[in-house]
Design a protein around this ligand. Structure first.
Ligand SMILES: NC(=O)C1=CN([C@@H]2O[C@H](COP(=O)(O)OP(=O)(O)OC[C@H]3O[C@@H](n4cnc5c(N)ncnc54)[C@H](OP(=O)(O)O)[C@@H]3O)[C@@H](O)[C@H]2O)C=CC1
Ligand SMILES: O=C(CO)COP(=O)(O)O
Length: 339
């Protein structure tokens, strides 16, 4: 049995805490809302994020950040990308010894263009972190707490740390692989949200499976083009955190990114959609970051560019699709010939 803290009690933090507690680890989840930690302790539920699911009685919650950090040497960070710097700066006064940090968030910060592990390296001094591990892959929280078979990858440049985290999470319904390619794993997990928004849009427009398959496949092509240029291993993109997560996010009604895109495709404004969701839609900010990355690295990312124009420049979803279909002729494997 290990002692573990999960920071963030939304859908994913709660589902991962569920797995850890079920694996008999002494697990403490931190919510920034006292009412939510009270609910988890008293009723063993998190009705806002995982309605109708009973959590293990052994799972304890707190809204005291000092207690949460002191609880364990393994800290799982499960807050939206947007909240990352703020949450770290809030716990820094309580961090006195080096810990292993696992992050599970899928986003890239606009403007700085940092991946989450890079934000962590910036915000947490090296002497206070033993290692940084990312957990990612095709995994909707709603299915994990039903104990439906799920596979994810843990990545770290410190493979021993990745193996340690693999051991903590593995069980009969949650299978964990390791990978050293933290760049590829983080980029795949973040950029698939952009493609999932686009997939929701084409469904909202009433287009069919052909359009969806085109987006998934050509989405993977542009994600890989950028990722390889940024130093990722090409094969990571055909793995769980690339193709795997694209499939699950582009084809599932559980996906908040797909649902948001669907509402956009049906004619709702971005403001209306985000208000309606009530949960994080990482793909919106990440579309901005991905568009900026495509410009910085001079990589063609047509789907990302069309979506950027729809989200931020007033292009209609239908015009976005038309622009994609009427691009100049291409060879399918352009840019991949050398691999
Ligand atoms: N849901 C899923 O199935 C999966 C999600 N992920 C990733 O996990 C990350 C977290 O997503 P998820 O749990 O789904 O998001 P949710 O929207 O379900 O929950 C977000 C949680 O973070 C809290 N939060 C927001 N801002 C702050 C802040 N400034 N300080 C402290 N807490 C804050 C929210 O609190 P409040 O209720 O007050 O808003 C809420 O508890 C995302 O990057 C997502 O891409 C990855 C794999 C699967
Ligand atoms: O990352 C996810 C599944 O792997 C969850 O996707 P959404 O954030 O779109 O719900």
């Amino acid at each position: 049995m290990q002692t573990i803290t999960v920071i963030g009690a939304g859908s994913w933090g709660t589902a991962l805490a569920f797995v850890l507690a079920e694996n008999d680890h002494n697990t403490l989840i931190w919510s920034h809302r006292q009412s939510q930690s009270d609910e988890i302790n008293s009723h063993h539920t998190n009705s806002k994020y995982l309605p109708d699911r009973l959590l293990p009685e052994s799972l304890k919650a707190t809204s005291d950040l000092q207690q949460a950090i002191a609880h364990s040497d393994v800290i799982v960070l499960a807050v939206p990308t947007k909240a990352f710097r703020e949450v770290i700066s809030n716990f820094m006064p309580f961090l006195n010894t080096p810990k292993t940090f696992v992050h599970v968030s899928k986003g890239i910060e606009p403007d700085s263009l940092k991946r989450i592990s890079e934000i962590m390296e910036e915000e947490i001094p090296a002497e206070l972190r033993s290692s940084i591990v990312v957990l990612s892959g095709p995994s909707h929280a709603e299915e994990v707490v039903l104990k439906h078979p799920t596979t994810v990858t843990v990545a770290s440049t410190d493979i021993e740390a990745a193996k340690k985290i693999q051991d903590l999470f593995m069980n009969h319904y949650f299978r964990v692989y390791t990978n050293e390619d933290i760049i590829g794993v983080e980029l795949g997990g973040s950029l698939k949200n952009v493609i999932a928004l686009a997939a929701g849009i084409v469904d909202g427009l009433g287009y069919g499976d052909n359009a969806k398959a085109a987006l998934i496949t050509r989405g993977l092509a542009e994600i890989s083009r950028l990722g390889i240029q940024m130093g990722a291993e090409p094969y990571t993109f055909i793995g769980l955190t690339g193709m795997g997560d694209l499939i699950v996010t582009c084809t599932s009604v559980h996906s908040r990114n797909w649902r948001a895109g669907n509402l956009l495709g049906k004619g709702n404004s971005l403001e209306e959609v985000l208000e309606d969701m009530g949960m994080v839609v990482e793909g919106v900010r990440t579309t901005k970051a991905a568009y900026q990355l495509s410009q910085k690295y001079d990589i063609e990312m047509p789907i990302t560019t069309a979506l950027y124009k729809v989200l931020f420049e007033g292009l209609t979803p239908k015009e976005g699709v038309d622009q994609l279909m009427l691009r100049t002729k291409k060879h399918e494997l352009e840019d991949f010939k050398s691999f």
